[in-house]
Design a protein around this ligand. Sequence first.
Ligand code: SF4
Ligand code: SF4
Length: 409
Amino acid sequence: MIYRTFKDQKLSQLGFGCMRFTTDPATGEIDQAKVNAMFDLAIKGGVNYFDTAYPYLDGKSELAMAEALSRYPRESYYIADKFPGHSLTAPIDNIALFHVSLKKCRTDYFDFYLMHNITEWSVKYYESEEYHIIPDLLQMKKEGKIRNLGFSFHGGPELLEAFLTRHEGQFDFVQIQLNYLDWTLQDAKTKYEIIVRHGLGVWVMEPCRGGKLAVLPENESAKLKALQRDNSSMETAGNAEAFPSDASYAFRFLQNLPGIKVILSGMNEIFQVEDNLRTFREEWPLTAEERAVLFDIAENLKKGVPCTACRYCCAGCPVGLDIPYLLQCYNDFKFATTLAPSMRLDGLDEEKRPAACIGCGQCSRACPQGIDVPAALAELAQMYEKAPHWSEQVKLRQKIIQKDLGKES
Ligand code: SF4
Ligand code: SF4
C-alpha cells in the first residue's frame, strides 16, 4: 500500500469512500455482510482511511461504516465524517448534530472532519454569523473531538482562493473533485494548485468521475489496452486479463501529484476493492506517453464547449454575464454526476443566470474559439430549469436532521 504522511499520521493513499454501499431496493437497507467483507479485504491490503458523511445513504452510511469498523481497534484506522451545512435552511444546534454523528460512528473523536460541499451557493450558510458553523467546529477541534478540520469543495477557483484567504490558518485540508477529465473540464488543476499554495493537504474525491473513467467507451479503453505491453514491470497478481484496468489509469494520474494525501474511491463491489489494492500496492508513475493518451481520451469525452476562459467576450456583454463561468457550468452539466452544477447556478443572482442572456451575439463575435455562446446559454438555461433542484434535497435532509436532533433532546 502507498502511504502518505500528513501531520505525523500515516494515511493509506487509497481511502474507502462509504457513499455507494449496496442497498436493498425495496427496504433501502445496506448489505452489511458485503460491507464487512469489503472492509476486511481493504484493511488486509493496508487501507486505514474511511470516509463517510452525515447524509450519505439517508444517514445509514455512518452506521454501516461504524458496524464494520467496530471489529477492529479504534487506533488502527482513521475516520472522516462531514457536517451538512449545505443542507440547512435555518440555524440549528451544530454541536448537537456533531455529537449525533460521533454517536452513530461509535467514536468520541473524528480524525478528519469536513464541512460538506462548499459551493457559491452554500458558502453563505457556512460563513453566516447566525449559523455559527465555523466557530463551533473550531471549538470541537480545540476540545480534541476533531483532529483535522477541512472542507469538501465543489465551487470555482475564485471562490476557493477567496475562501482560503478569508480563513487562513483555520483548516488543515481540502477535498476536491480531481481526475484527468476535470483537470481541464472543471479547472481542477487550478484548484489543486491553490490548495498546495496555501500549504494544505489535498484530498481527492471522484477520481473516476462517478465511475465514468472506470469503464470507458470501448474505443477509448482500447487506447489504454494498447499501452499494456509497456507496463510489464507491474505484477499482475494472477489477473493479467483484467489488469491494468481503466480505473487504474485514473488513479495513477493522481498518485504522484505532490501534496495529494488521500484518494477516495467509493467501492461497492469486491472486485473493485481487489483492483484498487493492486493499483495502490506500490508507486507506478505514468509515463509521458500514458499521460498524453489520458488527456487525449479526456478531450474525446468532453461533450461541451472549448472555452479557455480568456474572457475576451466579457467586457462587451450588455447584461454583464460571467460567460466563462456559465460555460463551465454548461460543460459540467453535460458531464454531471452530482447536483453541483445546479448548485453553482443557484448561487448566482437571477440576473446573472443563463436565462438573462438576450442573444445579442457580441460574445460569439469576440470569441477566438468560435463558440456559439447564446446557443450554449439557452441550452444551459433549459438544463438548469429541468435539473433536480438542490432546495428539494435540502427539504428531505432537513427532515432527517430534525429527527436526529429531536432524538437527542
Ligand atoms: S449573447 Fe448573451 S452572453 Fe453574449 S454578449 Fe449577448 S447577452 Fe451577453
Ligand atoms: S471569448 Fe470564448 S473562449 Fe474566451 S472566455 Fe469568452 S467564450 Fe470562452
